[in-house]
Design a protein around this ligand. Structure first.
Ligand code: HOZ
Length: 428
């Protein structure tokens, strides 16, 4: 038995499903998860010594590649000074200054420990600031696992074939309204029916948890105008897009400015960090200045701050990282597009910058209903074929492919070759 398989058997006895986050269980791709021992650059290596070209990148944060020396060295230096103080530190100030300097819409920011916490806190702040209860979210967008966001959610819920989690009270779910992604008129109708009751619209500016679904022209700016007209706040969940689609996130790339921004993953350089921020007068409503309570012993943890600062400073000092990501994206996704041109199977490719998804569905894929038409059995075959060729993709149709600055043209060409072989095998 392979070591990964043996570990999975042991894990299943003591961890629900053998994993600490559902998608990792490989449940929808028909094989058992690879247990990862180490990672460097664009490669991950499993417990059996197999190395793979990695397109998961820890689900986003490894924008520079795994174990980047600048980040690793900053962590080692920080560890020498202690692990957690539960007290204010200079690095928290540096981190906040850094985030405010790259996100034009963020004048003040609060550090938390994950994207889930960032969203949960931003939603609470939106409710506290507006005195309204309801939140509008979009089907298939995933905003972490706080109760109010587990309604029509993407990511692992889609893989598991459900759209809502058990354990969320009806009372909580009734305040979460949902519209189809990219459907501005549906959002407008919902506002009409709930006039004066919606605190905020929360959206992934590029949806990346039902596979990647870009916003239609005018969708994000339409949401901005709608929120302004209705006195609601616009919250961008940039946990995946922040610092990735450009240094200033999707809001910079698309030129639409939210009231509040939730950040996660990338901001920790690989350690558990999230953050939420926005305009000063909103953020001043957070305790201890205001009446919206949010706290955490490990928030602003010194080791996590050191990792995050190192990664963000590197990104800020090296704008060529973004040029590189765009050129890798053109090579990979342009290459896949060309392969699809010669292929009769119903496949659709969506991508924005260094994020993309190949859907085993007839295109276009513009929302949850379109994504749901995917042939997940075909994705599972594709996943296993790619894994056998040394390429590690997201173990679900409904997640993204993440490029890092450590991928090379050779990695991309090997990936394209494996995809081409898969497509010709499937059509034979
Ligand atoms: N929900 C995450 C992807 N959108 C997966 C997290 C993980 O398994 O680490």
């Amino acid at each position: 038995m392979y070591r990964s398989e043996a570990l999975f058997e042991r894990a299943k006895k003591v961890i629900p499903g053998g994993v600490n986050s559902p998608v990792r269980a490989f449940g929808s791709v028909g094989c058992s998860p690879r247990f990862i021992k180490s990672a460097a650059g664009a490669l991950v290596t499993d417990e059996d010594g197999n190395s793979y070209i990695d397109y998961v990148g820890s689900w986003g944060p490894m924008i520079l590649g795994h174990n980047h020396p600048a980040v690793r060295e900053a962590v080692v230096r920080a560890v020498e000074n202690g692990l957690s103080f539960g007290a204010a530190t200079e690095n928290e100030v540096r981190m906040a200054e850094l985030v405010c300097s790259v996100f034009g819409s963020v004048e003040m920011v609060r550090m938390v420990n994950s994207g889930t916490e960032a969203v949960m806190s931003a939603v609470r702040l939106a409710r506290g600031a507006t005195g309204r209860d309801k939140i509008l979210k979009f089907e298939g967008c995933y905003h972490g696992h706080c109760d109010s966001m587990l309604v029509s959610a993407g990511s692992g819920l889609m893989t598991g074939g459900v759209s809502a989690s058990a354990g969320v009270t009806r009372g909580c779910a009734k305040d979460t309204l949902t519209a189809a992604y990219n459907d501005l008129s549906m959002a407008e109708e919902i506002f009409e029916k709930n006039r004066g009751e919606i605190a905020a619209v929360i959206v992934e500016p590029v949806a990346a948890n039902m596979g990647v679904v870009p916003p239609r022209e005018g969708f994000l700016s339409g949401l901005r105008s709608l929120c302004d007209r209705e006195g609601a706040l616009l919250v961008f969940d940039e946990v995946i897009t922040g610092f990735r689609l450009s240094l200033g996130g999707a809001q910079e790339r698309f030129g639409v400015i939210p009231d509040l921004t939730a950040l996660g993953k990338i901001i920790g350089g690989g350690l558990p960090v999230g953050a939420y921020g926005g305009r000063r007068e909103l953020m001043e409503q957070v305790a201890p200045l205001g009446r919206v309570y949010q706290a955490g012993t490990l928030s602003g943890n010194p080791v996590a701050m050191a990792a995050g600062i190192a990664q963000l400073e590197h990104l800020k000092a090296h704008p060529e990282v973004y040029e590189r990501l765009e050129s890798l994206s053109a090579r990979l996704f342009g290459g896949i597009q060309r392969l699809l041109g010669g292929c009769a199977a119903p496949l659709a490719l969506n991508f924005v910058g260094s994020l993309g998804s190949l859907f085993f569905a007839p295109g276009p894929v513009r929302n949850y209903a379109d994504a749901r038409r995917s042939d997940t059995g075909a994705y599972a075959r594709y996943f296993r074929h790619m894994l056998s060729r040394g390429i590690y993709l997201a173990p679900s149709q409904f997640e993204a492919m993440f490029l890092s600055a450590s991928h090379t043209d050779e990695h991309i060409d090997a990936t394209l070759e494996a995809i081409e072989d898969f497509l010709s095998k499937e059509s034979a």
